[in-house]
Design a protein around this ligand. Structure first.
Ligand code: ADP
Length: 607
């Protein structure tokens, strides 16, 4: 029979050390983690037995057993679940699953993270035992194996495992509790009962302690909402969805009608570390008649709600459903459609009833909603547009599009300004002029904002318009139009000269009274691609060399325009135009191509 001594994988060792030296004060949760592993193991076996009932044999009464031996300082947690083969032990214990390990490494590299953040970001499950135990050993036998396995480690970086004879399927883990007052309590009966009541009460299989079942085992989502305290919801979340922090909120939905199901959904407070990586898998747990079917059922929620954690329990799903068949299951599609509507409804309600909390959600996950709007050429925009929030020039609060529209009177366009951040967009010259006229502007400070608005095209019959759009007018009176027309005619030669100087960097040079009093020159864009879109698209990998059609607008009322006129035949004219053009690029957040050259020209002019 095989017998080996092995080293923990590097990442697992790091995690292990973290556990052993843990300053994490809530060590109680080790029991919750081990019990939930046992419950998962029974879930897995039960699922397998749906299509293959004989694998259960005589051992059909699923249970978890807890025993405490005070003299030997031992706690044992035993389950009659699926068990592990020799290979599975090697794969699962002593290593961290691929996605987990990457996320873990990443969070370690990120020195800003505290230990608790790191622990909290993903399932540390089994390893948490080392917070309280100097030694862990377990025996396990897979439903699918003749032999059993014995594994042990004192958490020193190595572990020993060997094949042994075992007659019963399942896993039994024994922790030898560290000495010290801090740890003694874990050997007390009251403490075990306490922890289980608090963290594991909902576990769907009986937990036996001293011949007595000590959990209520009614799934939390089947309980009446009114009976449940937020603490219970939160504990359930933390133990089931690998988060150490309380969720931001939950939605407990009991849906009746043409489709019937119960859903318990959570919005995490923070996105998990791997959320923006390919490793992140969205989805909800799926149950039918209390039987666990699968962990991340992707079909249940759309991409833009991928941050949601939780579960769906539907009693009418057919039991012999296999994961492959699930994908085309009509009932599942109906549930996901209904769920999508319900979730949107819940967020709309939150937006109305608890704005601060909604903002907390928005700041963490609002981007997902914006992506949802752009996705599939705007197919979902009508459903999602009322969830959008923007800062505006009105004050420092967030507003919905509806709130903006309600204030805009009979103006036809929803005006927006784009910038790298709030400070730079607020200081754009045109903003000041618009504020003086009491015209409110949406601030788009997230790179994807403008793409979302372009996908939407309009809102409530009002078009979106950038203040950098070539046909945007600060003053749209007839007189002003005439005045500019005349001035343009008078200064035709100058404008031509400017255009010659700039060459094909710009499509057009014109005079404008719409760029703000303080500004001498400004860049505008014509057509579908805005300046900001050019800036963002060209900074992306696989740069597509997308160019906005640029218009260089000069303010004839600015004193520097007089200088321009005076210098038109001087040598410095070209430098003056180059400097003004570069300034207008800077103002739109572009980078100067050749800063040294720019500074030289600027200094030359200042001389
Ligand atoms: P997690 O539970 O988050 O996956 P763990 O470190 O707790 O992380 O466990 C790693 C893996 O070991 C589990 O995914 C499971 O496959 C296996 N495992 C742990 N405990 C048990 C058990 N009691 N019975 C069967 N398999 C188990």
């Amino acid at each position: 029979m095989r017998k080996e001594s092995k080293a923990f994988q590097a990442e697992a060792k790091e995690l292990l050390d973290l556990m052993i030296n843990s300053i994490y004060t809530n060590k109680d949760i080790f029991l919750r983690e081990l019990i939930s592993n046992g419950s998962d193991a029974i879930d897995k076996l039960k699922f397998k037995s749906l299509t293959n009932s004989h694998i259960l044999g005589e051992d059909k009464d699923f249970r978890i057993d807890l025993t405490i031996d005070k003299d030997k300082r031992e706690i044992t947690i035993k389950d009659n679940g699926i068990g592990m083969t020799y290979e599975e032990v090697e794969e699962n214990i002593g290593t961290i699953a691929k996605s987990g390990s990457k996320a873990f490494k990443k969070s370690l590299d990120n020195t800003g993270n505290s230990e608790i953040d790191i622990i909290g970001q993903f399932g540390v499950g089994f390893y948490s035992g080392f917070m309280v135990a100097g030694k862990i050993e377990f025996t396990t036998k897979s439903y699918d194996s003749e032999k059993g396995v014995k594994w042990e480690s004192i958490g020193d970086g190595s572990y020993q495992m060997e094949e042994i004879d075992l007659d019963k399927r399942g896993t039994s883990i024994t922790l030898t509790i560290k000495s010290g007052e801090e740890y003694d309590k874990y050997l007390e009966e009251w403490k075990a009962r306490d922890i289980i009541k608090k963290y594991s009460d909902y576990i769907r299989y009986p937990i036996y302690f001293k011949d007595e079942i000590i959990n209520s085992s009614k799934p939390i989502w089947k309980k009446d909402k009114k009976e449940l305290k937020s603490e219970e919801y939160n504990e359930f979340y933390k133990s089931n969805f690998h988060d150490w922090t309380d969720p931001l909120m939950n939605f407990h939905l009991k849906v009746q009608g043409s489709v019937e199901y119960t859903a318990l959904l959570y919005v995490p407070k923070k996105a998990p570390v791997d959320f923006y990586t390919k490793d992140y898998k969205k989805g909800l747990q799926l149950y039918t008649k209390n039987i666990f079917i699968m962990d991340r059922c992707d079909e249940l929620i759309p991409e833009y709600f991928s941050f949601l954690k939780g579960l769906v329990d539907c009693d009418t799903l057919s039991l012999n459903i296999s994961r492959e068949i699930l994908q085309q299951n009509k009932e599942l599609t109906d549930i996901s459609k209904s769920l999508e509507k319900k979730i949107i409804g819940e967020f709309e309600k939150l937006l109305k009833e608890d704005r601060p909390k909604y903002i907390e959600f928005w700041e963490e996950f609002g981007r997902n909603i914006k992506f949802g709007i752009q996705d599939m050429f705007g197919l979902n925009k009508d459903k999602l547009q009322n969830l959008l929030l923007f800062k505006t020039s009105l004050d420092d609060n967030y507003y919905t599009l509806q709130e903006y529209v309600d204030r805009m009177g009979d103006r036809t366009d929803i005006l927006y300004a784009v910038g790298e951040d709030l400070a730079s967009v607020k200081s754009l010259p045109k903003i000041e002029a618009l504020k003086e006229k009491n015209i409110e502007i949406l601030y788009l400070i997230d790179k994807i904002d403008e793409f979302s608005l372009k996908t939407m095209r309009d809102y409530c019959g009002k078009n979106f318009k950038s203040i950098n759009d070539s046909d945007f007018k600060l003053d749209d009176s007839k007189e002003k139009e005439e005045e500019i027309k005349k001035l343009s005619e008078d200064n035709k030669d100058i404008l031509n000269k400017v255009k010659d100087t700039l060459g094909d960097k710009v499509a057009e040079v014109k005079l404008s009274s719409d760029i703000g009093k303080g500004a001498v020159a400004s860049l505008l864009a014509k057509g579908e691609i805005s300046l900001e879109m050019e800036r963002i698209l060209t900074s992306m990998p696989g740069n597509q060399n997308v160019k906005a059609e640029k218009i260089f607008a000069l303010n004839p009322e600015h004193p520097l325009f007089e200088r321009l006129k005076a210098d038109v035949n001087k040598e410095s004219f070209k430098d003056l135009i180059d400097v003004l053009y570069t300034e207008s690029l800077l103002l739109e957040g572009f980078q100067v191509e050749n800063p040294a050259e720019f500074i030289k020209k600027l200094n030359g002019l200042l001389k």
